[in-house]
Design a protein. Structure first.
Length: 521
């Protein structure tokens, strides 16, 4: 009986794992794929089943646990695809640990029914392990058990090796790769691609300052530059760039917004050097993709596999950046992000990107909050204090948090909705009004900078842009909205009455243009 249960659980579980893939969005092709995709899928299933079997010595439990893990990843992936319009990829496994550390940012998007389903799966698997199945080692010698499992691991390794040898490189279009390869093989291929030797893009929008391999070597090189290099095209003024959380002109989605919500942005557009719409890499989240392109001047496509999460491998070395370029001109460089600096390992990455100081949520108080997170106006006040006390030109890069979702965890009164909305949409009215409440504060932040920066001893250049559109999937679906562009402003205290231009740009161009304006000033 033991000899039958083991292979039956393995085989039935393998077929069921293919069936589970039919639940994935976008749905993979189950038939007609290349042979290597099935080899990798079966190799991964055999590996997962065998690892569980070695741990618990119960084949039914091992099959159910393996399928439970498979289904959990599928459900989480579908939740991600619904909110962010991008399916689950290998780099997203990191978010499972992030969800434990920062549950408010992730768990609400999973959805109640998915959370219940995952709970029921866990209970069923544990119940099976505790009450419904005896360990296989009660009827089989341990040595034979280990021998069979060792053979299974060798077969799994062989399937993965052969499948990988025959495989095609991923297109780096996650939806297409899942449809063509299958879900599990696409995860495998993305993981392999990410762990290949890192190739740094050849383009150097901010100069070749990435050659030294350590931060100390980078600083030594900057200090050794002759004075002429530091004074060439001197930019003696401050530079402030604000990456505004989830900001875009939502009137493109729902025009019936009260003028008050965007009045500061509309006024700013009349006094900027240029403003307009800006193409950003993500939809709804993945802020680091936008900020990395801004700071390095590299397009997402130039990063290859690292476009999805550049901080995991690519950014673990000094790279040419806007901050390093400004340091070479004698600037002090500061990043302000009112959230723990350990999130996305920014406390490790930002010194490598050329920043002297990182100010995180520990430098703010609970009174600084506007909603669940530190408010934009508190961040603006801290920035202005830094610039008022500055003894040298200073670059401040701000990553705001106030308008970070989940929006549906906040509440809003009917009276406030009437102030912010001329007409409520048929879906997501509360979420939209809450979003506009924070947009209004972001506009006040922009106005505060434009009012106060001219009062400083040094001239200033200000950049302001949104990192991605917010998560409002029901309203997007109802309006059939697919435009992921956000908006930007570039302003100079030396040219407050400039005739504004309104070109559409990509986010990797924004830092370059801000530097050009600062140098022209």
């Amino acid at each position: 009986m033991t000899e039958i249960i083991w292979p039956c659980c393995l085989g039935i579980g393998g077929l069921a794992s293919l069936t589970v893939e039919a639940l994935v969005h976008p749905r993979p092709r189950l038939l007609g794929r290349k042979l290597w995709t099935y080899l990798i899928h079966l190799g991964l299933w055999l590996l997962l089943f065998t690892m569980f079997l070695l741990l618990v010595q119960r084949p039914i439990f091992a099959a159910l646990a393996g399928l439970g893990v498979w289904l959990a990843v599928v459900l989480v992936g579908n939740a991600k695809e619904a909110s962010l319009r991008e399916p689950f990829i290998f780099m997203d496994f990191e978010y499972f640990t992030d969800a434990i550390k920062h549950p408010r940012l992730y768990l609400p998007f999973l959805g109640l029914w998915r959370a219940i389903a995952l709970g029921l799966i866990a209970v069923a698997v544990i119940a099976t392990a505790l009450w419904a199945e005896a360990p296989i080692t009660a009827h089989m010698p341990w040595l034979l058990f280990l021998k069979y499992n060792g053979l299974a691991l060798l077969v799994a390794a062989g399937l993965l090796w052969i499948g990988t040898r025959w495989s095609d490189a991923p297109s780096l279009q996650p939806g297409k790769d899942i449809r063509d390869m299958g879900f599990a093989p696409s995860l495998w291929q993305y993981g392999r691609a990410e762990r290949a030797p890192v190739v740094v893009p050849a383009a150097r929008p901010f100069g070749p300052l990435s050659e030294p391999r350590t931060v100390d070597q980078q600083r030594t090189r900057l200090e050794s530059l002759p004075a002429s290099d530091l004074s060439d095209d001197p930019a003696s003024g401050h530079l402030v760039i604000v990456q505004s959380e989830s900001f875009f002109d939502i009137r493109r989605l729902w025009p019936q917004v009260a003028p008050e919500a965007f009045q500061d942005f509309d006024a700013a557009a009349q006094h900027c050097v240029q403003s307009g719409q800006i193409r950003v890499p993500p939809w709804g989240a993945n802020t680091i993709r936008t900020e990395f392109s801004l700071l390095t001047g590299w397009s997402p496509a130039s990063l290859g596999i690292h476009q999805f999460q550049p901080y995991r491998f690519l950014a673990r070395r000094p790279l040419p950046s806007l901050a390093w370029r400004l340091k070479a001109r004698g600037y002090r460089t500061v990043c302000i992000h009112p959230y723990p600096s350990s999130f996305y390992a920014r406390n490790t990455i930002y010194p490598l990107l050329g920043f002297d100081q990182f100010i995180d949520v520990a430098d703010f108080t609970p009174e600084d909050r506007s909603g669940p997170y530190t408010g934009d106006l508190a961040v603006a006040s801290k920035t202005l204090k830094i610039l008022q006390d500055a003894t040298q030109p200073t670059f401040v890069f701000i990553i705001t948090m106030e308008n970070h979702g989940p929006l549906h965890l906040e509440s809003i009164s009917a009276e406030e909705k009437k102030i912010l909305l001329l007409q409520e949409p048929p879906v997501s009215a509360d979420d939209l009004a809450i979003y506009l409440r924070h947009v209004r504060n972001a506009g006040a932040m922009l106005r505060q900078f434009m009012d106060e920066l001219p009062k400083l001893a040094r001239p200033s250049v200000l950049g302001f842009y949104g990192d991605h559109v917010p998560i409002l999937e029901k309203l997007y679906a109802e309006r059939q909205f697919t435009d992921g562009r956000t908006d930007y402003w570039l302003w100079s205290s030396r040219h407050p009455e400039a005739t504004p231009r309104h070109p559409e740009i990509a986010v990797e161009e924004l830092g370059v243009r801000a530097l050009e304006i600062a140098c022209r000033s």
